[in-house]
Design a protein around this ligand. Structure first.
Ligand code: FHN
Length: 442
């Protein structure tokens, strides 16, 4: 028996994927960049010689630091090495097709001169509008911009985690108005931005604002038709986040894939999604220490291919230093990823789920709207032959290396719809892509 649908006033307002051109473009990005930059980049995870064990951008919440002391970092914010054009050029070289930039993280510091707050770049020695610089520079490089915005604002006197008293309620009403004003301000000031990336929306106070958030979303979409908003913005009237009480995605894409990637297509329920990933384990803002496992370019490329093979985008985070420069290790990763992308991007851009069974050597991707299938290979067996199981009634008519189309690979049919692809070279140091041209068996 199908479950009866719950009537919702503030649930999802659409079932299934958006089909407009803006969202089609988003779907085809393949690779993106995330940037976490704010006051927290100045201490970089260290305070008075002590290392903070959490994520560097959370250091304000550390017991050892009085809030006012943290907030006074504003007087030290003067990033003389900040060069939005250099950032955008590096992102372009990496192959990123969109960037998500922190306009305001949980600490409440605004990277634009918001007229609704005193705690902004305008009051820092730097003074200039950083959001504008980022939007303009990335737009110039043809990289779409999404604005990250944390609803939770630790610096705001009216922010509450939970509404317990009449006073809380009055304060939070003011906070809601402030949030609405800042969002409308962002959309008005930066019309080139394609979407909003919400964060800090998990606390009880906000989760209970289903009607307000729903109205605000409608207002923002009206102001900026085509605006992209993920599933983190609002909850339904029963407090359900991401998916409403009927299990329908709320927003244009699923935003739950933070530092994790689905393993099977069933896990994404036919929705759009992207995965946001850190280079170390869990550091988004700049951390001097950068402890633990640091992902390599090949690991990150594997994640990119995996996401695309399951119909998602992969978004790699960068945490620029307090002076505005991007750390050398991140720049090196961007260069390596970009070098690989230059040869193989055809298998990443405008590609998605191929409908083929996952196999040990890597990931299948398929060009949207065509029959072109790619094998993105990460693991070559000692035999140097890749075993390849095709869907029923599908045969390979041609196989060749994407980076060198002259290098043809003769498929050996070993079973019906099953092949061995014998590689010319066994000792690949880098992942590579094989293009498959396919046809139907009688
Ligand atoms: O708490 C934040 C965290 O600092 C970072 O911004 C990430 C990025 O996805 N979002 C939050 C945790 O979900």
């Amino acid at each position: 028996m199908p479950k009866e649908k719950i009537l919702l006033a503030h649930g999802a307002h659409r079932e299934g994927k958006r089909t407009d051109a803006v969202m089609e473009k988003w779907r085809g990005y393949g690779l993106g960049q995330f940037i976490h930059w704010g006051l927290y980049a100045i201490p970089g995870g260290e305070w008075n010689g002590k290392q903070y064990n959490g994520a560097a951008e959370w250091i304000r919440s550390w017991n050892g630091i009085p809030n006012a002391t943290y907030d006074s970092l504003i007087y030290k914010f003067n990033p003389t090495a900040f060069d939005a054009t250099a950032w955008a050029k590096s992102a372009k070289q990496m192959g990123a097709r969109y960037v998500t930039f922190t306009t305001k993280h949980h600490d409440g510091f605004c990277m634009w001169p918001s007229k609704y707050s005193k705690y902004t770049v305008a009051a820092s020695p730097y003074k200039k509008d950083i959001v504008k610089a980022v939007v303009d520079a990335y737009d110039k490089e043809g990289i779409d911009v999404i604005l990250y915005f944390s609803v939770m604002d630790w610096s705001h006197p009216d922010w509450r985690y939970e509404i317990k008293t009449k006073e809380d309620s009055v304060a939070f009403e003011r906070f809601k108005k402030f949030t609405r004003n800042q969002l409308i301000e962002l959309l008005t000031n930066y019309p080139k931005a394609k979407g909003l990336w919400f964060d800090g929306t998990w606390d009880k106070s906000w989760v209970k604002q289903a009607a307000f958030a729903d109205d605000l979303e409608t207002e923002m979409r009206k102001l900026r038709p085509g605006l992209i908003i993920g599933s983190r913005f609002r909850a339904d009237e029963n407090g359900k986040r991401h998916f409403d009480s009927n299990g329908v995605l709320m927003g244009d894409y699923e935003q739950g894939w933070e530092r994790k990637i689905p393993n099977k297509i069933e896990e994404v329920h036919g929705n759009d999604w992207d995965c946001v990933m850190t280079v170390p384990e869990n550091q988004w803002g700049y951390n001097k220490a950068w402890n633990g496992h640091i992902k390599s370019a090949n690991e990150l490329l594997e994640m990119t291919a995996k996401c695309v093979s399951l119909g998602g985008n992969f978004v790699l985070n960068f945490g620029p230093q307090g002076d505005g420069a991007i750390r050398q290790e991140e720049l090196n990763l961007a260069t390596k990823i970009g070098d690989w992308m230059k040869l193989n991007q055809e298998a990443i851009y405008n590609c998605g789920y191929a409908g083929y069974e996952k196999q040990d050597w890597g990931y299948f991707t398929k060009k949207t709207g065509s029959d072109q299938v790619y094998m993105v290979v990460f693991n070559v067996p000692v035999s140097g032959a890749l075993r390849l199981k095709m869907p029923a009634k599908t045969k390979i008519s041609k196989a060749y290396m994407l980076a060198d189309r002259e290098e043809k690979i003769l498929p050996e049919e070993i079973n019906s719809n099953e092949y061995f692809l014998k590689l010319k070279k066994k000792d690949h140091q880098e992942p590579f892509v094989i293009v498959l041209e396919t046809g139907k068996n009688a």
